[in-house]
Design a protein around this ligand. Structure first.
Ligand code: NAI
Ligand code: 13P
Length: 340
């Protein structure tokens, strides 16, 4: 039996890793990327720019011609470019002219509209959100490229789309769990990057496990508050796309967002810190719009506010810590009525 075709838009760390997952799931993958040298390397069996040392499957081909990729009659198109490039990329892909399911791997938010990526893709491509799924979870790309066990939530407003995408992406080491809480899965994935930066900064300053666990717990509380205000299901935040992704991103130097925070915590400038990363750190772009969105919904996000102060207002990581610790006393967990 010939295998089904899929297209992956983006040849970075996650796009390349996910292409390997799809190849392992028995699919023929055509990757599209704008960089000729990266495309040529992928066709030779490795992506040394974004995923050095990982041998890629022969089922993966790459091209710089997006029309050629889309002409393969794909059953699924995966969007794996940074959030700032999503609208332009999906417009070029002409998704309205095909029937394929669309999957967003992107953990970002539009700077002006605050829309998450499923909405941005639907609008830019002129297609229904029912055709689109968001994939989100504890998915540090390098570990998955090494075929270490991991899982993700696949969320779509259409349960059928989520189920179909989950079937296509499932392998013996990558488990897919179906959800219909698109906004919950997406906003959790965006907002945790900012918390990871705060934790990286704390660890860059030499702080330890108690501080990390405190920031993870309180970070989860503020992400959950935002999600609920946006109509998400509370349970999503205790699942893979919520606490699962938060723990992975906040605990590993493989995370670019954690690493960015770490460099800032060591006293480096933002420019210097960004230049040390091997790829995009979405949290650096998302922090401000998330805070603005939270303010517009009257949601308190003190850790996010601290990260925005470091990124945009010249505060140091130490000052961020002082800001957080000098806040009025609060109740723990959901016992909101006790002190408020
Ligand atoms: N790397 C990871 O472990 C994970 C990443 N993600 C998310 O996936 C998305 C993509 O991340 P990565 O692949 O890791 O990023 P990356 O920085 O490794 O690669 C980005 C890719 O997009 C391309 N690109 C950049 N600007 C472009 C433009 N204007 N037009 C077309 N292509 C452009 C780059 O050439 C590169 O191929 C991000 O939203 C990230 O937060 C989500 C889960 C895991
Ligand atoms: O989203 C991620 C893990 O699930 C990847 O994190 P980084 O983008 O910080 O590397």
């Amino acid at each position: 039996m010939t295998s089904q075709n899929v297209v992956v838009l983006g040849t970075g760390a996650w796009g390349t890793t996910f292409s390997q997952v799809l190849a392992d799931a028995g699919l023929s993958v055509t990757m599209w990327g704008r960089n000729q040298a990266v495309v040529e390397f992928i066709n030779e069996g490795e992506n040394p720019t974004y995923l050095p040392g990982i041998e890629l499957s022969e089922q993966i081909r790459a091209t710089t011609d997006i029309g050629e990729a889309m002409a393969t009659d794909p059953v699924m198109v995966v969007v794996a470019v940074p959030s700032y490039a999503v609208a332009e990329t999906v417009s070029q892909a002409n998704l309205a002219s095909i029937d394929a399911h669309i999957v967003s791997l992107v953990k970002g938010i539009d700077l002006e509209t605050y829309h998450t990526m499923v909405h941005v893709i639907a609008e830019s491509a002129g297609i229904s959100e029912d055709r689109i799924a968001a994939l989100s979870g504890p998915n540090l790309s390098r570990e998955i490229a090494q075929r270490q066990p991991a899982a993700a939530a696949i969320a779509s407003s259409s349960f059928d789309t989520a189920k179909k995408v989950a079937q296509l992406c499932h392998t013996h080491y990558f488990r897919c769990y179906v959800s219909t809480d698109v906004i919950g899965c997406e906003i959790a994935g965006v907002a945790k990057n900012v918390i990871a930066m705060a934790i990286g900064a704390a660890e860059g300053m030499g702080l330890g496990a108690n501080t990390r666990a405190t920031l993870i717990s309180r970070g989860l509380a503020e992400i959950t508050r935002l999600g609920i205000a946006m109509g998400a299901k509370p349970g999503t935040f205790s699942g893979l796309a919520g606490v699962g992704d938060l723990i992975a991103t906040c605990s590993s130097k493989l995370s670019r967002n954690y690493s960015l925070g770490f460099h800032l915590g060591q006293g480096r400038t933002l420019k210097d810190s960004l230049s040390r990363l091997p790829g995009v750190a979405e949290g650096a772009r998302s922090a401000k719009p998330i805070l603005q969105l939270a303010n517009s919904l009257d949601v308190d996000m003190p850790i996010t506010r601290g990260v925005v102060a470091v990124l945009h207002e010249g505060a140091t990581a130490e000052q961020m810590g002082e800001m957080l610790l000098s806040r009025p006393q609060k109740t723990d967990g959901w016992e909101i009525e006790l002190l408020d």
